[in-house]
Design a protein around this ligand. Structure first.
Ligand SMILES: O=C(O)COP(=O)(O)O
Length: 283
């Protein structure tokens, strides 16, 4: 038995198939003509478009900016589940009782050393009570860094609404930088994992420069690197640390209410604008 190649069989059947297709098309066109309301031929038919197809506008404070500086923890990402796990593992290694999620949430934002000192003292003022060369602190800090590395950001997620702003700012070609107090070594993997890395022209950690937020230094460094005057910068963060850094640098400041505020409501930090979601900055 000989098997005909498919192309030959198709070609042989084509006249029959084609007439069937023509008949079907006619039926469909009759059906759609009779079931659709008639519209003048010059009038376009508007369909409901997906939201992201509609023109969108940035809040004036963002639209006039030439640089957006974002805080990370508590602003773009909810990292406390992993930070609390690492703090509690550190405390357990030291034979101490766990601090728990709610306490750790109050202590995040001034870098890993401040977090560890606060956890050792079980007090938000712990960072002022222990010195940098305290032996117990040095040991605890090493343990914390190991445990946090081990967490690999597994329970860390992005906050809702952040991509609405990040995407629109990118479309509007406003340069963006990330300025966190988290040790830099952890930052690239987290950004990569959460698909945030490509948004930022520059990423600074708490140990990238001689000073970290609330110092103006990282923000001014970003301005210098990107050749942008500081009065054209906007700092977006969740705590007094970010807002103070922004003010110190001469930036406009925007606070978000959903993050970690070190026990001081961010509404009381004197930001130029306070929002409940970054999506509010896009209309
Ligand atoms: O203190 C941290 O580790 C987090 O710092 P951030 O809020 O500046 O991102």
């Amino acid at each position: 038995m000989t098997i005909k190649p498919l192309s030959i069989r198709c070609a042989q059947n084509w006249p029959k198939q084609a007439s069937k297709v023509r008949l079907l098309c006619k039926r469909i066109s009759r059906l759609s003509e009779s079931s659709l309301p008639s519209v003048p031929s010059h009038k376009p038919i508007y369909r409901s478009l997906p939201l992201n197809a509609l023109p969108r506008h940035l809040h004036p404070l963002i639209a006039q900016a030439e640089l957006l500086a974002f805080d990370l923890d508590g602003t773009l990402i909810d990292s406390v589940p992993d930070l609390a796990t690492a703090v509690d593992s550190m405390l357990s290694d030291m034979g101490r009782s766990p601090a728990g999620y709610d306490a750790v949430r109050q202590w995040v934002g001034n870098g890993s050393a401040a977090l560890v000192k606060r956890a050792l003292c079980q007090d938000i003022r712990g960072d002022q009570q222990l010195s940098d060369d305290d032996d117990e602190f040095l040991n605890a800090h090493q343990l914390f860094l190991q445990h946090y590395q081990h967490c690999k950001g597994e329970k860390t997620v992005c906050y809702e609404g952040i991509f609405t702003l990040l995407d629109q700012a990118r479309t509007s070609k406003i340069p963006m930088v990330l300025i966190t107090n988290k040790p830099y070594r952890f930052v690239p993997d987290i950004l990569q994992e959460l698909q945030l890395a490509s948004y930022f022209a520059l990423v600074l950690g708490g140990d990238s420069l001689a000073e970290k937020k609330p110092s103006a230094l990282p923000l001014l460094h970003a301005c210098q690197q990107l050749d942008i005057p500081s009065e054209k910068g906007v700092m977006i963060g969740d705590s007094i640390t970010d807002i103070t850094a922004g003010k110190n640098a001469g930036f406009t400041t925007i606070a978000v209410t959903y993050g970690y505020d070190h026990g001081k409501p961010v509404q009381e930090c004197g930001a130029d604008l306070v929002v409940d979601s970054l999506a509010e900055l896009v209309r």
